[in-house]
Ligand binder design. Structure first.
Ligand code: HSE
Length: 409
């Protein structure tokens, strides 16, 4: 007779029943090998109509129904409010309950503290769903790339802005209707300015950098510029040059001792891996000294893709997996620098860009009654210093990738 192996069962307390929470509810029902079940779901508003049929007895609006339930041995947290996400995650960790989370804003802001809570209370927090939806980028960086000479992680980390750019670029749609479609399809954040301002990509980049290089950089120290101010003339310029504009986040070693990171629209030429990453898809290029480039591609937004990543972390907990943050303990960790020169395109009209910014070398300049642009070199640190100038409504900036001439992908 075959011996029966009794598998441990994960009993989940789920916080949040929005797009991702609903996706998780559907995904877990299909995952027969997961040995996991949702025992309770905590929501803010019990009366809110949901797109799915959830047994009423699963729902509660009292977090203690989850925290004080001795049967619950894993918390899945997918709420949209970062303050609430922090309260849930930190309370759970202090109680020794492991957490699976998708809240990148909260994680990027509090990662050092979340790491010390995990260590202090000997429990785990997994969050692959926080970065790039269904693409398992965090666990791969944490495990596979540990001993490699990792040089760069670069890519499209936000599905909504990529969806908007694709619709505008490839389908001639206007920006506003593409944005509202991204919201309707459940790709955008509850406040979509996070997506289009580059902040969502920034938070993901901050998390990725911890797992890639073992260094935490506070989001406030990273240059971040989104696609809010993109204009037909920028699209025309890109088309004339035969390139696309993508919102790209990157963390790059600039020497053995230093790395830089930033989020900015970028002119991407055909042949680059991320050129063909369209719609809500994300694409991440990982470059290392010994293996050149690897490319990860997949759906970066949406309920089911993101929920599949949550499920993968739940399964990982079934096997006791946790992040060890080994790279953070390395003696020789690279230091963050913004002392690197970029070549950028800046479009402007009334703002005196050449007068206000310390441009180092002007390669191209176009002046007309309808608008101007300049292609010039500038130090990243100076872009940070002059960030307010770049927020003027007549200004748009994009990276020309010259900085990474030989490394560019
Ligand atoms: N709003 C996010 C995006 C969802 O569009 O990428 C996935 O993190």
């Amino acid at each position: 007779m075959k011996p029966t192996i009794k598998k441990p069962t994960i009993k989940i307390g789920l916080f949040g029943l929005g797009v991702v929470g609903q996706g998780f509810f559907k995904v877990i029902a299909r995952a027969t090998n997961a040995h996991a079940e949702i025992r309770r779901i905590c929501v803010r508003d019990l009366a809110k109509p949901r797109g799915i049929d959830v047994p009423r007895n699963l729902l509660t609006d009292n977090p203690d129904d989850i925290f004080l339930d001795p049967e619950i041995n894993l918390i899945v947290e997918v709420v949209s409010d970062p303050e609430m996400a922090w309260r849930i995650a930190s309370t759970a960790l202090r109680r020794g309950i492991p957490v699976v989370s998708g809240s990148k804003t909260m994680i990027a802001a509090n990662l050092p503290e979340l790491i010390s809570l995990q260590r202090q209370y000997d429990t785990a927090m997994l969050y692959d769903a926080s970065s790039c939806g269904s693409i398992p980028v965090i666990r791969n960086l944490e495990e596979y790339y540990d001993n490699d000479l990792l040089l760069e992680v670069k890519g499209i980390l936000n599905g909504s802005s990529n969806y908007i750019l694709s619709r505008v670029f490839d389908h001639g749609e206007d920006y506003a209707s593409a944005l509202s479609k991204a919201q309707r399809l459940g790709f955008a954040e509850s406040d979509p300015t996070f997506d289009i301002s580059g902040l969502d990509s920034l938070f993901k980049l901050v998390i990725i950098t911890v797992h890639a290089l073992g260094v935490y950089v506070s989001p406030k120290d990273v240059f971040t510029y989104g696609i809010n101010a993109i204009h037909d003339s920028d699209i025309r310029y890109a088309r004339e040059k035969g390139v696309k504009i993508k919102l790209v986040a990157q963390v790059v070693k600039v020497s053995d001792e230093e790395f830089t990171m930033f989020v900015m629209p970028e002119f991407v030429s055909p042949g680059k891996y991320i050129y063909s990453v369209d719609n809500e898809y994300n694409g991440v290029v990982i470059r290392g000294e010994c293996y050149d480039r690897q490319f990860m591609f997949g759906k970066g937004a949406g309920g089911l893709p993101t929920a599949s990543s949550i499920l993968s972390d739940v399964m990982a907990r079934l096997h006791g997996y946790r992040y060890e943050y080994k790279k953070m303990d390395y003696i020789n960790r690279p230091a963050y620098t913004t002392d690197v020169t970029l070549r950028v395109y800046i479009r402007y009209s009334s703002t005196d860009i050449p007068g206000l910014l310390p441009l180092q070398c002007v390669h191209e300049q176009y002046l007309s009654a309808d608008g101007n642009y300049v292609v010039a070199d500038i130090v990243l640190g100076d872009l940070i210093k002059h960030r307010a100038t770049l927020d003027a409504p007549d200004v748009f900036i994009a990276n020309m990738t010259r900085f990474f001439v030989d490394r560019d992908n």
